[in-house]
Design a protein around this ligand. Structure first.
Ligand code: GLA
Length: 372
């Protein structure tokens, strides 16, 4: 294994173990996690593999096969860039009173970067899973996901919800992960596209608009303000949508409309999947996209063109996935329409002079685990 060879080269010993955590794609339930709502992501066949050995002196040595120079960190504050996602996990454990020393770490990853497929959550969860075993922390998968989210919130400074880390930690092969982000209850729902003659295509726009992070925090704030106005703990609690909308205006009104209807769409998709009506979820994906575009306002031209051209090419449904402002769209496509969808999207991009997006099928893979 490449990561083991690199570990030997770097540190002159065998790693104590090798762990893997996947990236994720979200089928539906967007910008609902931090509103205590519902999500339905699944873990991808691509992720982060970490070869790790513990160190007693507290020092952390890091090398990534995808990033430049290796780093040696005597203190956690020295971490920069991608290393902050790794070090953040140490920080969360230590700050929570866990006896976590240092480590020698080599990272190898194959989640397409900037595709909005949660390479950062994969990195955090891989490291969290390794430290949990190496230092005997006895944490559940959900507790590892929560620690990874806390690392991103409080150490990296990105106020994300729990979806990405939970999908990476708890995903199962052939299944999507239904999660209630309030109770943290989860259920793995069979999601077998092949037996229905379907594929879920990821369309990576290849763009990442820089405003993404600031806008994410603003959307979160809009939702919190709307909940406050309505006198509920979170937008999850809105049951009378018309009554709620009558009390709100502007951004708060639009954000509420999205979150409440998106939660209903997740429940509807679950119902369809249970009934075996997989093809029928397409229209709910389309509705989700319109709501994210018009009410939540987190789409962008590249995502809209990907979604519209996929549907024109014969997709049963399509939508942006993840935080928005770039990254990827998904399209649910019958096997015999895959080529025409590819052509339609590629042409639409070429007409605008944009670089051709990468398009590839995704199937649900297993969550975080030890490989060696
Ligand atoms: C990002 C965040 C998630 C979630 C999505 C939007 O991926 O990390 O927590 O909020 O955006 O659904």
């Amino acid at each position: 294994m490449r990561v083991v060879e690199a570990f030997r080269d770097s540190y002159g010993t065998e790693p104590a173990g090798v762990w893997h955590a996947p990236g994720r794609v979200n089928l539906i339930g967007e910008h609902t996690d931090y509103n205590d709502g519902f999500v339905l992501p699944f873990a991808l066949p691509w992720g982060v593999t970490a070869a790790v050995s513990p160190r007693e002196d507290g020092v952390i040595r890091l090398r990534s096969l995808q990033a430049g120079e290796p780093v040696t960190l005597a203190t956690l504050d020295e971490a920069e860039g991608w290393a902050r996602y790794v070090v953040g996990v140490f920080w969360v454990f230590r700050q929570g009173g866990q006896q976590v020393g240092g480590a020698d770490v080599v990272i190898d990853g194959d989640v397409p970067r900037g595709a909005g497929l949660s390479s950062s959550a994969a990195l955090e969860v891989a490291v969290g899973t390794a430290l949990n075993e190496l230092y005997g922390l006895g944490l559940t998968k959900m507790e590892i996901a929560l620690a990874a989210q806390k690392a991103e919130n409080d150490f990296v400074g990105m106020p994300c919800g729990i979806m990405d880390q939970a999908a990476s930690a708890l995903g199962e092969e052939g299944k999507a992960l239904f999660m209630d982000c309030r109770s943290l209850g989860t259920r793995n729902i069979p999601f077998d596209l092949a037996s229905h003659g379907l594929q879920l295509l990821i369309i990576n726009t290849g763009v990442h608009h820089e405003l993404a992070d600031g806008q994410y925090a603003r959307r979160r704030k809009d939702c919190e303000n709307a909940a406050k106005h309505l006198g509920v703990d979170a937008l999850r609690d809105v049951t009378d949508l018309a009554g709620a909308l009558a009390q709100l205006s502007g951004d708060e009104r639009r954000r509420t409309q999205h979150v409440v209807t998106e939660n209903h769409r997740v429940e509807a998709v679950i119902g369809m999947l249970r009934a075996g009506a997989v093809r029928e979820i397409g229209s709910l994906l389309n509705a989700s996209h319109l709501s994210l575009r018009d009410q939540f306002e987190v789409s962008c031209a590249e995502l809209d063109v990907a979604v519209e051209s996929a549907v024109r090419g014969g997709a049963r449904g399509a939508r942006m996935t993840g935080g928005g402002f770039g990254g990827s769209a998904i399209a649910l496509v019958a096997d015999d329409r895959v080529e025409s969808v590819r052509e339609s999207v590629t042409e639409a991009y070429a007409e605008r002079g944009w670089a051709a997006p990468e398009i590839y099928p995704a199937t649900p893979a297993a969550g975080a685990r030890r490989l060696l």
